[in-house]
Design a protein around this ligand. Structure first.
Ligand SMILES: Cc1cc2nc3c(=O)[nH]c(=O)nc-3n(C[C@H](O)[C@H](O)[C@H](O)COP(=O)(O)O)c2cc1C
Length: 363
């Protein structure tokens, strides 16, 4: 008998059954002891919801603002590498499902499908969400410029520069497996900055890592807005927005890079206070551990304009291709709409901290 897949946990079980042990370790795992990975999920549970009753919700909707434009849903699929390893539908199927569910899609620099092909599938979809391209810094600026121009020409609407992973995290779970990519799956636009071993931290990899002046330089190379992904400190949030980026993503890379970083649900309130007070034009996003529509509602109530999901979308892809992703997104959308309705909150931008209560641990 087929077990119905009605929530993200069910999709995770189906994905584990569909993937090889190595692929499961790669797609679901985190860094070191996976403390941040587990905390990301658990931290949303530490907030309770305080609904308001008898509200007039007849004008309610899920539209939201990101980068100065209105979009149907405050939910995006986060950039994730090598999606054709999870399922042959890969990045095209993921983007198509996101567009069909009116959610946004961020294509990873380490995509296993050319960026032009993915954009061609979805750019013309009338009800889609934002279509953005994520960048890792490259050793050669010419390579980076060429990629930026390709993303611009293909129709991507913003660049997301990931800044929290100048080196890869210590991934114990992955190291127990042979992570050789299957034949035909590779990062078609190159991976992270390659380097010759030189003295210094991490065999010289950091000689190629970006710094704040590089962010200024990147801004000069493109007409697209730039978001920095991987901000966990409010001083960095301020520095990023002072440097003129259009937005930031509060993210610890889903607990895959530096273990023991606090959960994003713990970091968001402080950063949101700064951004909403001092940079009202900036777009604020968050990811990490969002598994329920109520988690998305809590993120908005803390001050984010929208949130991204990573693993839940990969789980849908792994067991069901584009159809599986669409199921996951549809379920989260439904849960989110119910959270709005049941909290008595008509729209995403009406969510605020008054709907939240920090819970004390039960004994
Ligand atoms: C398998 C996998 C691959 C990822 N690849 C990238 C990547 O290429 N670029 C990037 O910026 N983040 C990458 N991330 C991090 C996600 O963009 C996102 O920050 C994280 O998955 C959010 O947490 P969640 O999985 O708990 O929703 C990856 C995450 C996963 C699970």
């Amino acid at each position: 008998m087929q077990i119905p897949l009605i929530n993200v946990h069910d999709h995770a079980c189906a994905a584990q059954a569909a993937l090889s042990p190595a692929a499961w370790a790669y797609f679901s795992g985190g860094a070191a002891d996976e403390l941040t990975l587990r905390r990301n999920d658990a931290a949303w549970e530490q907030w309770g919801l305080r609904p308001r009753v008898l509200q007039d919700l007849r004008a309610g909707h899920t539209r939201c603002q990101m980068l100065g434009k209105s979009w149907p849903m405050p939910l995006l699929v986060a950039p994730m590498a090598y999606q054709r390893w999870a399922h042959p539908d890969g990045e095209s199927g993921m983007a198509l499902a996101a567009a069909a569910q009116s959610c946004g899609f961020v294509l990873s620099h380490q995509t296993s499908t050319p960026l032009q092909d993915v954009a061609a599938w979805v750019a013309a979809e009338a009800m889609r969400g934002p279509l953005w391209f994520q960048l890792y810094w490259q050793a050669r600026r010419d390579d980076l410029c060429a990629l930026v121009q390709a993303a611009e020409s293909a129709g991507y609407e913003a660049l997301v520069l990931t800044v929290d992973a100048p080196v890869q995290g210590v991934r114990d779970r992955e190291r127990r497996h042979d992570l050789t990519l299957p034949a035909g799956v590779r990062a078609v636009h190159g991976a992270r900055a390659s380097h010759e071993p030189v003295p210094g931290l991490c065999s010289g990899v950091l000689h190629r890592a970006p710094t704040w002046p590089d962010v200024h330089w990147l801004r000069q190379q493109t007409r697209l807005p730039i978001l920095l992904k991987g901000i966990t400190h409010s001083d960095d949030a301020r520095q990023a927005l002072d440097a003129g980026v259009a937005g930031i993503v509060v993210s610890n890379h889903g607990g895959r890079v530096l273990d023991t970083v606090p959960a994003t649900a713990e970091l968001l309130p402080e950063i949101a206070k700064l951004v909403r007070n001092d940079y009202p034009q900036a777009t604020l996003l968050v990811d990490g551990g969002i598994r329920r529509g109520t988690d998305l509602f809590k993120a908005l109530a803390m001050g984010a304009h929208a949130a991204l999901i990573g693993r839940p979308a990969i789980y849908g892809l792994a067991h069901g291709g584009a159809r599986g992703v669409a199921q996951v997104l549809r379920q989260l959308r439904d849960e989110f709409e119910m959270a709005l309705a049941l909290c008595g909150c008509p729209t995403p931008d009406a969510a605020h901290s008054g709907y939240l209560q920090k819970l004390s641990p039960l004994r």
